[in-house]
Design a protein around this ligand. Structure first.
Ligand SMILES: [Zn+2]
Ligand SMILES: [Zn+2]
Length: 307
């Protein structure tokens, strides 16, 4: 019987901690989302809508590639945020530079050819806004102040803000982000999550990450815990009978909210934004059952699409 002698270094590989925060991969994120949306559109009752969103994600990819590096917070600001557990790219504190509007302009030009009449009209309304009006629109969107907002235009503005924040979040160093006491908001930009993802592979196997609605960073949160009020009681999971097993609604009876949870084990290609858009039937079901959705999708607002 042969005996293999294992060198000491091989017996115990250095333990690798799963990352608390996963920064967005700016070079592939929107391209992969576009492909996911196009594939979800096949045979879907809302195929035209999903295909247009696929074009929008492709335009985001193009805009991101053409965007220069925006002004990042300096070392002193980053240190200050770390000391106080504040997000370094906080939507209320960060001074946006003009490049977010350049990204918007690129996106509008690229999608106008594929847009339906209602979206064409929304594009024209955005193009007629002054720089100041655009910044006010963006501020209201980022602070969740949707009352009276042009909701048909909002997803296009949201798409440009995502591009800008993804650029920022991918440009910082992993050590620049604090581990804040609040687990329900993005540690990078302070926004709410769109959904959460149970990941597969390596040290992240089986771990759940919340996916930021704005900068697309992901942060770890234990499973079977409400991503809104952090309760571990009264958590249940719903999906539509005969529907996609990879997408469920995680509901909380303590705060009466829900957020979708995606399982990579069921489908490796799931994308929080794309799969959320393709599962609106689940939102209708949750709404009818009296649950409030706890995080936004910046590409979809109530009444923002004809779909
Ligand atoms: Zn974020
Ligand atoms: Zn809750």
């Amino acid at each position: 019987m042969a005996t293999t002698i294992i060198e000491p270094g091989f017996i115990q590989p250095p333990s690798i901690e799963p990352p608390f925060l996963r920064q967005p991969n700016a070079s592939v994120l929107f391209g992969e989302r576009s492909r996911r949306l196009m594939s979800l559109a096949e045979g879907h009752a809302m195929a035209d809508f999903l295909r247009f969103m696929g074009h929008l994600a492709e335009a985001q990819h193009h805009a991101l590639n053409n965007l220069g590096t925006p002004k990042l917070p300096d070392a002193e600001q980053i240190m200050l945020c770390k000391t106080h557990g504040m997000p370094p790219l906080g939507t209320q504190t960060l001074l946006r530079d003009a490049s977010w509007r350049e990204g918007l302009s690129t996106i509008l030009k690229q999608v106008s050819g594929q847009a339906n009449a209602a979206t064409q009209a929304a594009i024209a309304r955005i193009q007629a806004l002054s720089e100041t009006e655009l910044d006010i629109f963006a501020d209201r969107l980022l602070s969740g102040d949707y009352a009276g907002l042009d909701l048909a235009a909002a997803p296009l503005i949201g798409a440009a803000l995502q591009v800008y924040w993804v650029r920022l979040a991918s440009a910082l160093e992993p050590g620049d982000f604090p581990r804040p006491d609040v687990h329900t908001l993005c540690p990078a930009c302070g926004s709410l999550p769109t959904a959460s993802v149970v990941r597969i592979g390596g040290v992240e196997q089986g771990l759940r990450y919340l996916h930021c609605s704005l900068c697309e960073s992901e942060w770890n949160m234990v499973r079977i815990k409400c991503s809104h009020c952090e309760s571990t009681k009264g958590i249940a999971y719903f999906n539509i009978d005969g529907g996609d097993e990879a997408v469920k609604a995680e509901i909380c009876d303590e705060c009466n909210s829900y957020l979708k949870i995606l399982y990579m084990e069921k489908n490796m290609a799931v994308d929080p934004v794309a799969d959320d858009l393709a599962s609106l039937a689940l939102d209708i079901l949750m709404d009818e059952a009296g649950y409030q959705r706890s995080g936004p999708n910046l590409l979809l607002f109530p009444g923002s699409h004809d779909a």
